[in-house]
Design a protein around this ligand. Structure first.
Ligand code: PEP
Ligand code: MG
Length: 890
């Protein structure tokens, strides 16, 4: 084998048997695909690739090229010469090459490229003679000087641009196309003089010096500032390096039998199985993308559909088009995926310059994956792996019309996906009233609290100035399927004048805004939205995902509407029903308040007696909708003072309803105040002090379950969940209470049901003591919102202000409230799962924190062997797909 370890040849039969020659990690993405295309007989201009491994050697070795590399490149150049019948540096029949970067993953525009290399004062004449086109030759030479001077010699681009403008002005021209051969030739003289003046030495005439200069520049560009920034943003390790591809130039600008274009083997927007692309006659690659000339359609069908006149390639160059269409088929069969390609036709001869798997919309991804299975190209498992679960979000929610104009007011956190527009309402009551009038409303608050729920529900979207990805606004909006942008720190709200500022823009209540909860962007005015469509492809792919996943997927839902929605999305049960959301109903809140403010147990019991029938109704409707599917109902969790009135008017109202003086009410509310409610009197601690609350809830659950079981004949197995436990003893006490209540209800109803009592694991102590807690608990549900908060010591409600800096600096790779901190919090989850299982081998394990809808966290749950994940209704499809991917990847 004549290849040195660092240089691989491709094209013209020089296909190395060494698999490294087609391995992206060795020769980069571009080099690998060029070699691969050449090896399956496609027309690829011959070339050589210097491996990525040399990049590190070069950059750590004082930027030196060793003898073996020089020999390898010389051999590779000889190969290109043989393939093309041209000689590098030959005055009569010169070979020109392109020199391009090519990292393992594409880094668009980040690194350097030099085209037309090999031109000098002599070879330009040979190019003119060979092509019979003097203008083309001199234009190519001046392009080369300009590009080489910029990329390799480090001269400012504008020096050359200005000279070109001057030349046009001197000749009275407006367009580049008006310049003839002699004008370009004169400009070459000017360009060379610029180089001489700037550098004090002439433009290199030795083609080998040109080549090594360009190779060095490509390696140098790996270490450029912009490449480093791009790598940091995209998690690309610096050690990977770039390859360098040196390839024979082919020219799409050699007259009317030459052309260049870009194409996709299927439509990347819709996924339709139709070639899709653009081309230009007599042009070079950059002309297609630069937008100077309007590219033409590739196929006759696309041209006709668009009502365009300029001929398609299919019509204008039928033979080359026929070859191209054949290449599309070969490529799809070979790569078994939709390809994004670049091609050039030089005097009726087709050449492939690039192929890679094409980027596509979610809709196209589904269609392509499903159709490729039907075509026998891939199997179901591969189809499942082809679709990014998060991309499904695009399909499930309204999105901004991509064609619409936008007036951006700034950005917050993308807390709940989807787009919505409407008039600003600054409080929940206003939102509700205006929504009842039929208006589209966006509720804008500093932050939301449980009492805003009705307003949030009435609104089309929610925007907050404070709060992170698991803040109240984020969690509740996601559950309701309402778009939400949270933590937009540039908003300041003046509730007295009913105005608000976005940085220095002032708006007022009633003005129209648009929020995009998928990106966090907020716009002034109404940006039109487009409705989601879930087609057959979605159903087909989801069916395959369900077949191949191990974990069950449940939902976090409490209202009948959300439960129904979740079932439509394929939820197989409820993983978390947050019962506190049921306490805020306008008719119930007075009794909730009465219960909290009661001086003694008897007072509390009398208020709870009013709540019991309402709660029982809630649970009846949930059990009915879930029709025998498992439902985990969590007993009351938040600190009691969240339910108390805030304004004087609310206190006065309450005083009237419950017959207690305003002063007494205020005193009692003051007593309940906490400095850190998140770590205060909440969760099971409420029931340790006021057991009658959980007793009422347990009674409502068991009465509802018995009734629905009798009416429907379904086996209903309620799962009663105790939140925020830290010790076995808490569970023992409260489980005793629940068991006693169940026994009483069963006796009263004359009916016995199976049921499970379990706990949330959401405090580090609970995770550590899981072995003991499992003696009492039949199931664990990991509440990773609180577990993240308490393990990291970062408040879920205040994190937004500083967490961005943490992610930017790579302290946490992603927001740990969005994607589980597997390294840290993950250890507690694994340990608790392991200890829980040791005590109780059949313990049911699930996750109900927001991470239950995040694909990376779901993969961790699969690896940890959890039985199910639970996600908000709109995330259920994402979780189904992600769980299938995790199971397939093993
Ligand atoms: C959790 O803490 O992860 C959880 C699901 O409970 P909540 O978000 O209601 O505190
Ligand atoms: Mg919690």
């Amino acid at each position: 084998m004549s290849d040195t370890p660092y240089v691989f040849k491709f094209g013209n039969g020089a296909n190395s048997v060494d698999p490294r020659s087609r391995d992206k990690t060795v020769v980069g993405g571009k080099g690998a695909n060029l070699a691969e295309m050449a090896s399956i007989g496609l027309p690829v201009p011959a070339g050589l690739t210097i491996s990525t491994e040399f990049c590190a050697v070069y950059n750590s070795n004082g930027k030196q090229f060793d003898d073996s590399l020089r020999a390898g490149v010389a051999d590779g150049v000889k190969h290109i010469e043989e393939a093309t019948g041209r000689i590098f540096g030959d005055t009569a029949n010169p070979l020109l090459v392109s020199v391009r970067s090519g990292a393992r993953v594409s880094m668009p525009g980040m690194m350097d490229t030099v085209l037309n290399l090999g031109l000098n004062d002599q070879t330009v004449q040979g190019l003119a003679d060979g092509s019979g086109n003097l203008r083309f030759a001199w234009d190519s030479y001046r392009r080369f000087i300009q590009m080489y001077s910029d990329v390799v010699l480090g001269l400012e681009h504008h020096l050359f641009e200005e000279a070109l403008e001057q030349a046009k002005e001197d000749n009275g021209f407006h367009e580049d196309t008006q310049l003839e051969a002699e004008h370009w030739q004169a400009l070459v003289t000017v360009y060379k003089q610029i180089v001489q003046d700037e550098l004090g030495r002439p433009f290199p005439q030795d083609v080998h010096e040109q080549l090594w200069g360009a190779i060095g520049a490509v390696f140098d560009s790996w270490e450029s500032e912009r490449a480093k920034v791009y790598r940091r943003l995209n998690d690309i390790p610096g050690g990977w390096g770039t390859a360098v591809n040196v390839q024979a130039m082919v020219f799409g600008n050699m007259g009317d039998t030459s052309a260049t274009g870009v194409a996709f083997t299927r439509d990347p927007a819709t996924g339709e199985k139709a070639y899709y692309g653009e081309w230009l006659v007599n042009a070079q690659g950059e002309d297609v993308v630069a937008g100077i000339r309007t590219p033409q359609y590739l196929t006759k069908q696309a041209r006709e559909r668009a009502g365009a006149k300029a001929p398609s390639m299919e019509e204008a160059m039928p033979q080359a088009y026929g070859e191209l269409a054949n290449v599309f088929e070969v490529l799809e069969k070979h790569y078994k995926d939709m390809q994004d390609i670049e091609f050039t036709v030089e005097r009726n001869q087709l050449f492939m310059l690039q192929t890679r798997s094409g980027k596509r919309t979610a809709k196209a991804a589904l269609k392509i994956a499903v159709e490729m299975v039907q075509e026998g190209l891939i199997d179901e498992k591969e189809a499942i792996l082809r679709v990014d679960p998060m991309a499904l979000d695009q399909l499930l929610h309204p999105a901004l019309d991509p064609k619409a104009e936008r007036d951006n007011l700034g950005k917050g956190l993308p807390a709940s996906p989807g787009a919505a527009n409407g008039i600003i309402a600054l409080d929940a009551d206003t939102a509700q009233q205006w929504a009842e009038r039929g208006e589209n409303v966006i509720l804008v608050r500093v932050e939301t609290s449980p009492e805003d729920i009705a307003g949030m529900h009435a609104a089309r979207g929610v925007l907050t100035a404070r709060g992170g990805m698991t803040s109240h606004a984020a969690v509740v909006a996601r559950g309701m399927g309402r778009p939400c942008v949270s933590g937009m720190g540039t908003i300041s709200i003046d509730n007295r004048s009913r105005t608000l500022r976005f940085g220095n823009r002032e708006l007022k209540e009633g003005d129209v805004i648009t929020i995009d909860g998928s990106t966090g962007d907020v716009f002034a005015g109404a940006v039109p939205t487009i409705e989601p469509e879930l087609g057959d492809d979605f159903a087909t792919l989801m069916g395959w995902a369900d077949k191949h996943r191990r974990m069950k997927v449940r939902t976090n839902a409490e209202t009948p509407e959300d439960c129904r929605m979740a079932r439509v999305f394929g939820a197989e049960g409820i993983g978390l029903c947050r019962t506190e959301h049921m306490f805020f109903d306008a008719e119930r809140i007075p009794y909730v308040r009465q219960m909290i403010l009661a001086e003694d147990e008897a007072g509390r019991r009398s208020a709870l007696a009013h709540l019991l029938p309402a709660q029982r109704e809630d649970f009846r409707s949930i059990f009915k909708i879930m029709a025998g599917l498992p439902a985990t109902i969590r007993l009351l969790d938040p600190p009691l003072h969240e339910f108390l009135p805030h304004s004087d008017a609310e206190f006065a109202d309450l005083s009237e309803t419950v017959g207690i003086g305003v002063e007494t009410l205020k005193r009692r509310a003051g007593e309940l105040h906490e400095f850190n409610p998140m770590l205060g009197h909440r969760g099971c601690r409420l029931a340790i002090t006021f057991p009658e609350i959980y007793e009422m809830q347990a009674r409502a659950i068991f009465e509802a379950a018995c009734e629905v079981a009798t009416e429907s004949g379904e086996a209903i197995v309620p799962e009663v969940m105790i939140p925020l436990v830290a010790t076995k003893r808490e569970v023992e006490i409260l489980k005793g209470l629940i068991d006693r209540t169940a026994a009483k209800v069963f006796e009263e109803k004359g009916k016995t049901l199976d049921y499970l009592v379990g706990t949330m694991i959401e405090l580090p102590r609970a995770a550590l003591m899981a072995g003991e807690i499992a003696e009492e608990a039949r199931f664990f549900s990991f509440g990773t919102n609180d577990l993240t908060q308490t393990t990291l010591g970062i408040s879920r409600d205040d994190a937004a202000r500083f967490l961005g800096a943490y992610v930017d600096q790579g302290i946490y790779p992603r927001d740990p409230f969005v994607s589980l901190d597997i390294e840290g919090v993950g250890q507690l989850v694994s340990l608790a799962a392991e200890r829980g299982r040791k005590t109780r081998p059949d313990i049911k394990l699930g996750i109900c924190g927001e991470h239950g809808g995040d694909p990376a966290s779901i993969a961790f749950c699969e690896a940890t062997g959890l039985d199910y994940v639970s996600a908000s209704p709109f995330r259920v499809p994402i979780a189904r797909l992600a769980a299938a991917q995790a199971a397939i990847k093993g």
